[in-house]
Design a protein around this ligand. Sequence first.
Ligand SMILES: Cc1cc2nc3c(=O)[nH]c(=O)nc-3n(C[C@H](O)[C@H](O)[C@H](O)COP(=O)(O)OP(=O)(O)OC[C@H]3O[C@@H](n4cnc5c(N)ncnc54)[C@H](O)[C@@H]3O)c2cc1C
Length: 375
Amino acid sequence: MATTASDVLVREDERRLRDRLEELLPGIAAEAAENDERARLPEARLRQLHAEGFDAAALPEELGGGGASHAFFGEVVRALAEADPAVATIWTMHLGAAVGLAQLTKDTLGDHYARALLAGDRFANALSEPTSGNRFLNPQQEAAPAPGGHTLDGAKRFVSGSEIADHLLVNVAIDGVPAFFGVEPDETISVIPIWDSLGLRGTRSQLLSFRGTPLPAERRGGLPGPGHRNYVGAGLAGISLGIADAALAALVAHARSRVILGRPLAEQQWVEFAVADHHSRIEAVRAYWRQALRHADEGVPEHAGEFDRAKLLANRVAVDTAQLAVRVGGASGYLRTSPIQRHLRDAEAGQLMAYSTEVLSGVIGKQILGTENTR
Ligand SMILES: Cc1cc2nc3c(=O)[nH]c(=O)nc-3n(C[C@H](O)[C@H](O)[C@H](O)COP(=O)(O)OP(=O)(O)OC[C@H]3O[C@@H](n4cnc5c(N)ncnc54)[C@H](O)[C@@H]3O)c2cc1C
C-alpha cells in the first residue's frame, strides 16, 4: 500500500506523543501507590492525557480524529499500565466507550459524540450487569417501552471512572435483543459506592442504579460490527502486560539490592532461572499482542480472536510474574511499603475483567475442538 501524506502526519503525531508520554510516565508512576491506597481516581492525569492530545489522536480519522494506529494505542496503554494500571484501565474504557458510541451512532449522533470527546468530555462503559455477569454483551435487563423510546430500571456494575463520566455507553435488551444507547447521567442515575476492592482500586468501578432512566430512540445506536474499532478488546492485554512489566522490574530491583549471606539475591540460580522463564514468556505474549494490533491496523479479520488469546496469555503471565515477585521479595516484598503486593493485587483484576480467563478459555477451546460456540 502506498504511503500517503496523511500517513506521514499520523506517524509524526504518534512520535511526538510517544516522546511526551515518556516525560509524563515518571510522574504518573509516582502517584500510583497513593491512588491505590486511597482508591483515588487519577482524574487530573486523565484530563492531562486529553489536554496533551492522546484522546484526539486515538479517535479514528473518519470521526474527525488523528486516526492513530492500534499499535500506537496499545503501546500507550501498556506504558500507562506499567506506571499506574488504574490510569491505563480508565483511559482504555473511556476511549472504548467514546469511540464505540460514536461508531454505533455514526449516521445520527456520531459527530456529536466525537466532538464531545475532542472537547474533553468523559465517557464510561455501563455494560456489565448483575445477571449477565461476564457476558457483558448479552444484557438481561429488558428496557420498558415509553413515549419516544424506552426507559431502564436496573443496575450496571463495575463502571470504571463512572463518577466523572459525562456520557455512558449503556446496553439493554429490547424484545430480548441487545441494544446500545448513549446516556447522559441525570437524577435518575445514582452511584452506589461499592468499590473498596483488592486491586485496581484507583479505577473506582462503581455500581450504577437506574430508576426510570429515559432511553430516547434518537440516542439508540446500531450493533458493533466489522470495521468498528474495539479499543477495550485491544487494550485489555496491554493493561496486564504493563502490570507484568512492573512486577518484573520490582522483582529485579529487589533481587539486586537484597544481600543474603554476603551475596545479592540476584545471583542465586533459582532466581536467574525463574526470571529467564518469566521474561521470555512476557516477551512472547508482547510479540503476539503486537501482531494482533498490527493485524487490526491491516484489517485482518482474525485480529479479534488474537485479542482474546493475547488477553488470556497476558492475564496469566501478569499473575505468574507477580507471584514470582512475591516469592523473590520474601517478607519485605510482602509489606505494604513494597510495590510488589500492589502488582499482585492489580494482576488478579486483569483475569476478572470481561472476558474472564475462564470465559476466554471456553471460547477458544470450543473453537479448537469444533464444539458449539456461543458468546
Ligand atoms: C477492575 C475492573 C474494572 C471493570 N470495569 C468495567 C467497566 O468499565 N464497564 C463494565 O461494564 N464492566 C466493567 N467491569 C466488569 C467486568 O468486565 C465483568 O463484566 C464483571 O466483572 C463480571 O462480573 P463478575 O465479576 O461478578 O463475574 P461473574 O460473571 O459472576 O464470574 C464469576 C466466575 O464465573 C466465571 N464465569 C462467568 N461467566 C462464565 C461463563 N459464561 N462461562 C464460564 N465461566 C464463567 C468467571 O470467569 C468467574 O470465574 C470491570 C471489572 C473489574 C474487575
